[in-house]
Design a protein around this ligand. Structure first.
Ligand SMILES: *Cc1c(COP(=O)(O)O)cnc(C)c1O
Length: 393
C-alpha cells in the first residue's frame, strides 16, 4: 500500500476493553457493503438498518430508540426541527381532498403551513376551540383524516381532553397527532392515551441548552412509521449526528431539569396569581383552563407559563423588559436560561376572545437561582406599575 492509499484507508484498531459511557458520534454519508450481493439487495434493508447517512447512523438509532422507549412507543423518527416533525406528519397522512382539524391554539407556524401550503394543494383544514373534548365529533367531516392537537395550547395554555378526542377519532377511523413539546414524554405520554403520532420539539427541553434544532415523532404502528420514513426520504430530511449527540446529552439531565423548573414555575406562577399582576395561564394552577384534566393525565408541569398583561401596564412594557437582568427576551424556550417573550396572538387566532387583544407575557423558567428570578420579576412588575402610575399622574 502506497502513502496516498495509506492516507485514505484507515488501519483497524482493537477496541476490545473500550467501554465508555458516551455514545460515539458516527458521521456518514456513504455506507459501504461487504459484497456485491448485499449492495444489490440494499433496498430490502429494513428501516432500522443502514443504507445511507441521510436515513440514520448508529448515533441516531440510539436517540430514536431512547425516545421510543420514553414515549412507550414502538419506534420514533427524528427530524431537522419541531416544525418539520409536524409537517411530515401532516404530509404523510393527508392527500388532496382530505381534511384536517387543528386547534385554534396551535403553534402558529403550523396554522401557516395549513393556510399557505396545504390549502393551495387542495387539502382542507378547519380549526376547533381548545377544550372541545368529545364534541369534536360534530366538527368531523366525511373526508377528515387527521385530528391534530396541542396541549397545553400555544401561549394561552389550554389543556385538551386528549383521550376523549382520541376515542372519537378511533371510532371513526381518523388518525390523531399531538404536539407534546410543553410536557415532553416525561410528564405526559400521548401514545398511552390512544394518540397515533406523538410529536415534540427536541429543540426545547430535550436539547435543553438553546443550541440545537430537532424534532421527533413516536408511533406504535409500524405502518405509520413507514409512512413517516417514506415522506422523509422523498423530501430529503435527515439530521446531523452532532446535533443528535447534543440531544442525547440533554436527555440525560432532562428529568432533573424538568422537576426543578416545574417546581419553580409553579411557585412563581402562584405568587404572581396571588398578587393579581394579571391573569396567569398555567395548567398547574386550579384557575387555569383544563386544570382537572391536567391533573388526571399529566404527571407534572414544565417551566413555561403565561401572564396576560393588564391593559394599563402595556404602555410601559418596553421599559420594563429592557431593565431585566436575568431573564432574556426571546421566544425559543426550554433551555437553561430564563426567558420572557411578549406575545401577540391576535393575528393567529380565528375565534374571538377578549385576551386576543392583549399582550401576553410568555415566561420560561430556567436554571438560575430562583431568588434572582423572583427579584428580577418583582422589579419588572414594579417598573411596569410605577411607570404606569407616573403616566396617569
Ligand atoms: C418550538 C416549538 C415547535 C417548533 O420547534 P422548532 O424546532 O423550533 O421548529 C413546535 N411546537 C411547539 C409547541 C414549540 O414550542
Amino acid at each position: 500500500m502506497r502513502d496516498a492509499t495509506k492516507s485514505v484507508h484507515h488501519p483497524s484498531v482493537d477496541d476490545s476493553g473500550y467501554a465508555a459511557l458516551g455514545i460515539p458520534t458516527h458521521r456518514a454519508s456513504t455506507i459501504v457493503f461487504p459484497d456485491a450481493q448485499s449492495y444489490a439487495a440494499r433496498g430490502q434493508r429494513d428501516l432500522d438498518s443502514y443504507s445511507y447517512g441521510l436515513h440514520g447512523t448508529p448515533t441516531q438509532r440510539v436517540l430514536e430508540a431512547q425516545l421510543a422507549s420514553l414515549e412507550n412507543g414502538k419506534r420514533a423518527v427524528v427530524l431537522p426541527s419541531g416544525q418539520a416533525a409536524v409537517t411530515v406528519v401532516l404530509l404523510s397522512v393527508l392527500m388532496p381532498g382530505d381534511h384536517v382539524l387543528v386547534p385554534d391554539t396551535a403553534y402558529p407556524p403550523v396554522l401557516g403551513f395549513c393556510r399557505n401550503f396545504l390549502e393551495p394543494r387542495g387539502i382542507e383544514w378547519s380549526i376547533y376551540m381548545p377544550g372541545v373534548g368529545a364534541a369534536i365529533q360534530e366538527l368531523v367531516r366525511d373526508n377528515t383524516k387527521l385530528i391534530w392537537m396541542e396541549s397545553p395550547g400555544s401561549t394561552t395554555m389550554e389543556i385538551e381532553d386528549v383521550p376523549a378526542i382520541a376515542n372519537v377519532a378511533r371510532a371513526k377511523g381518523i388518525l390523531t397527532g399531538i404536539d407534546n413539546t410543553w410536557a415532553t414524554p416525561l410528564l405526559f405520554k400521548p401514545l398511552d392515551h390512544g394518540v397515533d403520532f406523538s410529536m415534540q420539539a427536541l429543540t426545547k427541553y430535550p436539547g435543553g441548552h438553546s443550541d440545537v434544532l430537532m424534532g421527533s415523532v413516536a408511533v406504535n404502528d409500524l405502518a405509520l412509521r413507514k409512512r413517516l420514513r417514506d415522506t422523509m426520504r422523498m423530501i430529503g430530511f435527515g439530521v446531523c449526528p452532532d446535533s443528535v449527540q447534543l440531544v442525547l446529552r440533554g436527555l440525560e439531565t432532562m428529568a432533573v431539569r424538568l422537576a426543578h423548573v416545574g417546581k419553580v414555575a409553579t411557585e412563581v406562577a402562584s405568587e404572581l396569581a396571588e398578587r393579581g399582576l394579571g391573569e396567569v395561564l398555567y395548567p398547574a394552577l386550579p384557575t387555569s383552563q383544563g386544570h382537572d384534566i391536567w391533573k388526571r393525565d399529566f404527571s407534572g408541569s414544565s417551566g413555561l407559563f403565561s401572564v396576560v398583561l393588564p391593559k394599563e401596564l402595556e404602555p410601559c412594557l418596553d421599559i420594563a423588559l429592557n431593565a431585566l437582568r436575568y431573564f432574556s427576551i426571546g421566544a425559543s424556550w426550554g433551555g437553561t436560561r430564563s426567558l420572557i417573550a411578549p406575545m401577540s396572538i391576535k393575528a393567529t387566532r380565528q375565534t374571538h376572545h377578549p385576551r386576543n387583544e392583549r399582550t401576553i407575557l410568555r415566561i420560561s423558567i430556567g436554571l438560575e437561582d430562583p431568588a434572582d428570578l423572583r427579584e428580577d420579576l418583582a422589579d419588572f412588575f414594579a417598573t411596569l406599575s410605577n411607570e404606569a402610575v407616573a403616566r396617569t399622574a
